[in-house]
Ligand binder design. Structure first.
Ligand code: ZN
Length: 244
């Protein structure tokens, strides 16, 4: 079976559409595994939710998803993110809100645990250091955990139940899913922050036991134009072009 792992779409429809096309071109997927933050920051929250909901998928919830439906306080967001969250809330339909309410905080598919931030603190914790990764291996029982939230493609490995390594993933990175337990972040579809502005996602093949990371070029200026039309904060528009 093939699973497309997508995270942090952030209402960026141009990026999401390019990723969907890329997935199709690579042979499609049996199920989408979405790691949350489908909305927030970007110009097309309703449209991205609709695209996702049309497909065979499972999704956990993220901090921006909860921010848009008032499940977390916007005081916990930075000012630009809070402005975008408030704007997002006004764009969602009742059906969108019901869908976001229904997404669990974590879920398990086969030997994979899915969480937005970390298995220990699924909504808010960033797994961006070997120390935090090492602590989090105790919080899931499957071999693998998939997380988003940092928008940085990364893999942490636990070797022999103790040593934890931590390394970035780049375009066409390939992981063999056997031996070590791992925490894997496929990067962000809609707002990459590793210096590469291309959309990022992963594909798991459970027959070959592999994970592949892919980067996809999309029309960044189109998303930026839509954000400007909606008067979303300037920095959120600028950062898309820098991948920061
Ligand atoms: Zn995010």
């Amino acid at each position: 079976m093939r699973y497309a792992v997508i995270a942090d779409i952030h209402a960026n429809l141009a990026a999401f559409s390019a990723v969907l096309t890329d997935i199709d071109n690579r042979g499609g997927t049996d199920e989408f595994w979405c790691l949350g933050d489908t909305v927030g920051y970007g110009p097309d929250p309703h449209e991205c939710l609709e695209e996702l909901r049309q497909r065979n998928h499972v999704s956990v919830t993220g901090n921006h998803d909860w921010g848009a439906i008032d499940r977390v306080s916007l005081a916990d967001f930075n000012p630009d993110a809070a402005i975008a969250c408030r704007w997002t809330a006004g764009r969602l339909t009742a059906e969108d809100r019901g869908y976001l309410e229904s997404c669990p905080v974590t879920l398990t598919r086969g030997d994979f645990t899915l969480a937005h931030g970390s298995p220990r603190e699924p909504i808010w914790e960033y797994v961006v250091s070997a120390r935090v990764a090492a602590e989090n291996f105790a919080y899931f029982s499957s071999s693998f955990c998939l997380v988003g939230h940092s928008h940085i493609p990364l893999v942490s490995r636990e070797t022999d139940g103790e040593e934890v390594s931590f390394s970035p993933l780049t375009d066409n990175s390939h992981l063999a899913l056997k031996g070590d337990r791992m925490i894997i972040n496929p990067g962000s579809v809609g707002q990459p922050r590793d210096g590469d502005p291309r959309a990022s996602y992963g594909v798991i093949n459970t027959d070959d036991e592999t994970f592949e990371l892919y980067r996809v070029t999309y029309d960044i200026s189109l998303t930026q134009k839509r954000m400007a039309e909606r008067h979303l904060p300037e920095w959120l528009i600028t950062r898309l072009g820098m991948g920061r």
